[in-house]
Design a protein around this ligand. Structure first.
Ligand code: URA
Ligand code: SF4
Length: 204
């Protein structure tokens, strides 16, 4: 007997009976792509199974990797602010990411965020698909280009189509907006305020 075929996606790690809880537990030991090797833990989505809105980011960041929950770092605080201003309680939303493990490269003592590639995104997508299938949200919100392209297709441009409510293969109503992390990277307060305004308006 040869060695087992290496996993090519999360597909083979999916549980038999699909609920948010069974998905959460199964994802903890996912080895569907190499990203689990350098991450602390799987950061699965969090929220209610009857959430009306599902928010999808790119991948966990440094804080999320350490705490095991999505959007708990600086980007998460900004997202909370925008949600509050838009009149959406975080508790009424389900928050998750396209990719469930933190991808990073060492930068001195820090861990620098690296964009997941197409293979990693494709490998991780079964988790997101099942999360959305279970929840069946009224509206699906893509935060940033990675989520927007994974969900709306590679040709999608957030800069041109943000804020438009469109059908996607995952939800009747899907909308893309700027990523909270990109707001944090803006050089001036003016730029940050403008982007924050856009994010809030799109969430509304
Ligand atoms: N950025 C993301 O895309 N997701 C997180 O969970 C945190 C930061
Ligand atoms: Fe599995 Fe996704 Fe983690 Fe890759 S990034 S090991 S597919 S959970």
């Amino acid at each position: 007997m040869g060695s087992p075929t290496p996993a090519v996606s999360a597909e083979q790690f999916l549980p038999d009976r699909i609920t948010l809880t069974s998905l959460y537990h199964a994802a903890q030991t996912c080895r569907g792509c190499p990203l689990y090797q350098n991450a602390t833990q799987t950061v699965f989505g969090k929220g209610r199974s009857d959430a009306r809105v599902v928010l999808v980011g790119e991948q966990p960041g440094n804080d999320e990797d350490l705490q095991g929950e999505p959007f708990v770092g600086p980007a998460g605080r900004l997202l909370d602010q925008a949600l509050a201003r838009a009149g959406i309680a975080r508790a009424d939303a389900y928050v998750t990411n396209v990719v469930k493990h933190f991808k990073w490269t060492p930068m001195g003592k820090r861990r620098l965020h690296q964009k997941p590639n197409a293979r990693e995104i494709g490998a991780c997508l079964p988790w997101l698909e099942k999360e959305i299938e279970v929840i069946q949200p009224e509206i699906l919100v893509c935060l940033g280009a990675t989520a927007a392209r994974a969900i709306m297709g590679r040709a999608f441009r957030v800069t041109q189509q943000r804020g438009q409510v469109l059908p996607s293969r995952y939800a009747e109503r899907t909308v893309a907006t700027v990523h909270p992390s990109s707001i944090l990277r803006q050089p001036t307060t003016e730029d940050r305020n403008r982007d924050m305004h856009q994010l809030t308006a799109d969430l509304r």
